[in-house]
Design a protein around this ligand. Structure first.
Ligand SMILES: [Zn+2]
Length: 132
């Protein structure tokens, strides 16, 4: 009986000699090392600070708008917001005309009241934003 690979004489019942068995055993097994690539999850979360300029000291948009709608003829909403010039003009139109032109100043105030409520007028005379 001889080794199938190298032909050395070996014992019966064996296919390979000791040398060849050792060589087969030492065959390089597939080197399956998988190099996992490190994942750079450097996601930059830009934390935008949503600084809502809710000026708690701001004048009320609702109050100013309603004043304009109901008391616009007297310029009350403009006095409230600090637009003194417009306020005096509306007040004088109403008073000096003995009310005859009150419809005009009332309409003026009504329009301004609506503009305030809709946000078209959104600051007071000092430029401070009105609060909701
Ligand atoms: Zn052999």
């Amino acid at each position: 009986m001889f080794c199938k690979q190298c032909g050395k004489p070996i014992d019966d019942g064996q296919d390979l000699c000791e040398d060849c068995k050792a060589a087969n055993a030492n065959q390089n097994t597939a080197n399956n090392q998988q190099y996992s690539q490190p994942q750079n999850n450097n996601v930059n979360y830009n934390n935008y600070n949503n600084n809502n300029n809710n000026n708690s000291n701001g004048k009320s948009k609702i109050a100013a708008g309603l004043l304009g709608i109901f008391l616009g003829a007297f310029g009350v909403h403009n006095f409230y917001l600090g637009y003194t010039g417009k306020a005096v003009a509306q007040l004088l139109i109403t008073i000096l005309s003995c009310g005859f032109l009150a419809f005009a100043s009332s309409l003026w105030g009504l329009i301004e009241g609506i503009l305030i409520l809709t946000g078209s007028i959104n600051t007071d005379a000092q430029g401070n934003p009105l609060r909701d």
